[in-house]
Ligand binder design. Structure first.
Ligand code: PEP
Length: 258
């Protein structure tokens, strides 16, 4: 099936950056430039503390807000955590899950990430499931094994119907925040591998609809080549999502390719 059945998705992962008022300034600028286009799905993922103000500032635009994480229960004694219902109540419709920083600093396992993916889908949140190898794993030629294990674990018990609402982000850990980007060919090879795995697991029709984003130092200077690849359907953007100019440029590049 042609790539054109998938709309490009550009998602900004702000990580632990921007206060609520700084977030409003950033999304206002983004809104002014690309807030009424619908060629590209645009998502901003502010910290929890800025979700409500950013969501309000984006009202009436086509831009979505998403969480950067969540706990897989709707309520209860889970001090410091945020539930899918809470994200939905702030009009989130996406949530980043299994980011490598959560895997590394908060010891998140594939099984725990899977419980979040299932809880997100139950609550009509689209999970952006992050997978990717560390440098030593790439050097040991284990990239595909690592990604396969993360996909198998993270997407366990997801049905083919649900799978169409899943977004996968391939983020080689060695490329995140380092300025090192996978070459378009290196990224495409893994994206193609992911698409094939998705076809085997969910069938060709569902796999053709699932968006696979690239993440890892994507910026305006390298986005065109990455986004032109057959199985790269957008970007999960860290550093370059913190300035309106670079984020808007990334959306513009994706629109031009649409
Ligand atoms: C990320 O954190 O998901 C990411 C891709 O960061 P950066 O763009 O800064 O490498």
């Amino acid at each position: 099936m042609p790539k054109s059945i998938r709309r490009y998705l550009i998602a900004g992962n702000w990580k632990m950056n921007k206060t609520a008022s700084e977030g409003i300034d950033l999304v206002r600028e983004i809104h002014q430039s690309v807030g009424s286009q619908s060629d590209v799905t645009v998502v901003v993922c502010p910290p929890f503390t800025a979700l409500e103000s950013c969501g309000k500032a984006l009202e009436g635009s086509t831009i979505h807000v998403g969480g950067q994480n969540m706990y897989p229960e709707n309520e209860g004694a889970f001090t410091g955590e945020i539930s899918p219902v809470m994200l939905r109540s702030l009009f989130c419709n996406f949530v980043i899950l299994g980011h490598s920083e959560r895997r590394e600093y908060f010891a998140e396992t594939d099984a725990f990430i899977n419980s979040k993916v299932l809880a997100a889908l139950e609550s009509s949140l689209k999970p952006i499931l992050c997978v990717g190898e560390r440098l030593e794993e790439r050097e040991a030629d284990q990239t595909k094994d690592v990604v396969k294990t993360q996909l198998e674990g993270g997407l366990a018990d997801v049905s083919a119907d649900q799978a169409e609402n899943v977004v996968v982000a391939y983020e080689p850990v060695w490329a995140i925040g380092t300025g090192k980007t996978a070459t378009p060919e290196m990224a495409q090879e893994v994206h193609h591998f992911i698409r094939k795995w998705l076809s085997g697991r969910f069938g060709d029709t569902a796999a053709a609809k699932i968006r696979i984003l690239y993440g890892g130092s994507m910026k305006p200077g390298n986005a065109q080549d990455l986004l032109s690849q057959e199985d790269i359907d957008g970007g999960l953007i860290g550093g370059a999502s913190l300035q309106a100019k670079s984020f808007i440029e990334l959306v513009t590049i994706a629109r031009a390719l649409s």
